[in-house]
Write a protein that binds this ligand. Structure first.
Ligand SMILES: Nc1ncnc2c1ncn2[C@@H]1O[C@H](COP(=O)(O)OP(=O)(O)OP(=O)(O)O)[C@@H](O)[C@H]1O
Ligand SMILES: [Mg+2]
Length: 485
């Protein structure tokens, strides 16, 4: 975790500048304010890990500033400097919320020690807060809503696999509940009372990921003021959830592979081999097979991770669950937003069930939250829902190109020498190829997305030359020809 800056408040310019020199020389980022008023303004705009203030300031005094900060930013460490260091003033400073007290004149080392204590405290609090968030979420199987056979199987599989120490890989589109599944697996495991640490590999800059995951030794890089334990150590005896693992770089994949083999790792900048006992759950919404083929994901790591595989289905494949989920989110948001909305009108339900939900359950959740906010009646009506038709037209239209122009926009032009018939065929081909790509070349799924029967799609494909020669229409999936023309 990166340390935020530190705020220095002093009305004497020379004092401000020499404090800045000393502190930034130690690697702290420093903000300066020449009055209590300026300090409060800065605090409203930016996070700092501590405030260093003089007791006497022009205008509002340092003590008043202290009281004001205790009200606005409770818990923010304040170090008070004063030339009149009497025990009475020290007590007053502490009462007003200062956690450290420095009598002037002081040695730079005294100051640096006090600041280092505040920095340490900040890191501890921040780390604990992060841990508490992780521990506080109790995931339960009942939180995974759905009646579709695939969802029932999923819950069953979680119950079976959770108590083992097996590595789990969760593959699914965005918003299908991968985090929910990972949490439930930990909560139902023998490690439930131990820590559950989550790390999103896509949210952390590449250069930081390794040091977050495996920790670093003091001096490993600029800013590494002290040794820091990695997430794998925090997760010792518990579970670590690596989200968006498909975004991890290949060099780090190699280190993760080694870690998975025997739980051993080395901190960044360290030489000692450490070892922990951690269960790993990984998830990604990327097409991992694709990533392996493109050499972006190590195949050996994939096999290591793929001991137990979970595949939460996209919401469009279980339209029957839309009503169930909608009512579930409706209950929770009407409670949270204190709006007693009883249900969803049949028309609104119809609109929800007809939508294709590219953002899956998360999208549905957001749609219901918005509807609860907008709805003025007792039930959710279509008017409180987004215009799905316009949205999906935009989506279908956006990637399709006709004669070099974007279809779905107001202006669609014919290519040079192209007739209307040619253009329509090209448009049709783009749409079909897109649907096939999205469904991994499954004709059945592509037909579903395009709203035609499998037979009709095959007919159109053969007319466009998209089927390999001589394919017979059997139940088995014929793989479409690579690229016609
Ligand atoms: N079956 C379900 N029942 C109830 N809520 C669900 C279900 N599936 C997903 N959700 C909810 O939908 C939202 C998205 O789920 P989650 O964060 O687990 O998705 P994800 O698969 O991790 O997505 P991403 O790949 O974008 O990270 C969450 O609020 C989650 O609680
Ligand atoms: Mg997720």
């Amino acid at each position: 975790m990166k340390l935020p800056p530190l705020l220095v408040v002093d009305d004497e310019k020379n004092m401000r500048l020499s404090l800045e020199t000393v502190l930034s020389g130690e690697g702290y980022e420093v903000r300066l304010a020449d009055s209590a008023e300026a300090a409060l303004k800065l605090l409203a705009a930016e996070e700092v890990f501590m405030v260093l203030t003089d007791g006497r300031l022009g205008g509002m005094s340092g003590y008043e500033l202290l009281r004001e900060m205790a009200r606005r930013k409770p818990g923010l460490p304040v170090l008070m400097m004063t030339a009149y260091a009497t025990p009475k003033l020290a007590v007053e400073a502490i009462k007003a919320g200062a956690i450290e007290y420095l009598g002037k004149p002081f040695e730079p080392d005294e100051l640096l020690h006090a600041v280092a204590r505040c920095a340490e405290r900040h890191q501890l609090i921040a780390e604990n807060a992060a841990l508490k968030v992780r521990a506080g979420e109790a995931y339960r199987l009942e939180h995974i809503i759905g009646d579709a056979p695939k969802v029932r199987e999923l819950r069953q599989l979680i119950e079976t696999v959770a108590p083992t120490d097996a590595t789990v890989l969760i593959l699914g589109e965005s918003g299908t509940g991968k985090e929910l599944i990972a949490g439930a697996i930990h909560s139902l495991s023998r490690r439930a009372a131990q820590s559950y640490v989550r790390l999103n590999c896509a949210a952390i800059p590449e250069t930081l990921l390794e040091s977050e995951l495996f920790g670093y030794e003091k001096g490993a890089f600029t800013g590494a003021h002290r040794t820091k334990r990695g997430y794998v150590e925090e997760a010792d005896n518990g579970t670590i959830f690596l989200d968006e693992i498909g975004d991890m770089s290949r060099p780090l994949q190699a280190k993760l592979l080694r870690f998975l083999e025997d739980g051993s790792f080395t901190r960044v900048g360290g030489t000692q081999e450490l070892r922990v006992n951690v269960r790993l759950i990984a998830a990604t919404n990327r097409n991992i097979v694709d990533a392996i083929q493109r050499n972006e994901f190590r195949e050996d790591l994939f096999h290591r991770l793929n001991v137990m595989q979970f595949r939460p289905p996209p919401l469009r494949e279980r339209a029957g669950d839309v009503g169930l989920l909608a009512r579930h989110f409706l209950r929770s948001f009407s409670l949270r937003l204190a709006k007693p909305i009883r249900g969803v009108t049949p028309m609104a339900l119809q609109a929800l069930e007809a939508h294709s939900w590219p953002g899956n359950v998360r999208e549905l959740r957001n749609v219901i939250e918005r509807a609860v906010i907008l709805e003025t009646g007792e039930e959710i009506r279509p008017a409180s829902l987004p215009d799905f038709e316009v949205e999906s037209r935009l989506r279908v239209g956006a990637p399709a190109r006709v004669g070099g122009a974007v279809a779905g926009s107001a202006r669609v032009f014919l290519g040079p020498g192209e007739t209307l018939g040619d253009a329509l065929l090209r448009f049709e081909q783009e749409l079909i190829e897109g649907a096939l790509r999205r469904s991994d070349n499954s004709i059945t799924k592509a037909a579903g997305e395009l709203g035609v029967t499998r037979h009709a799609l095959r007919y159109r494909m053969s007319r466009l030359g998209l089927l390999p020669d001589g394919t017979v229409d059997e139940e088995g999936e014929a793989s479409p020809a690579s690229r016609p023309r």
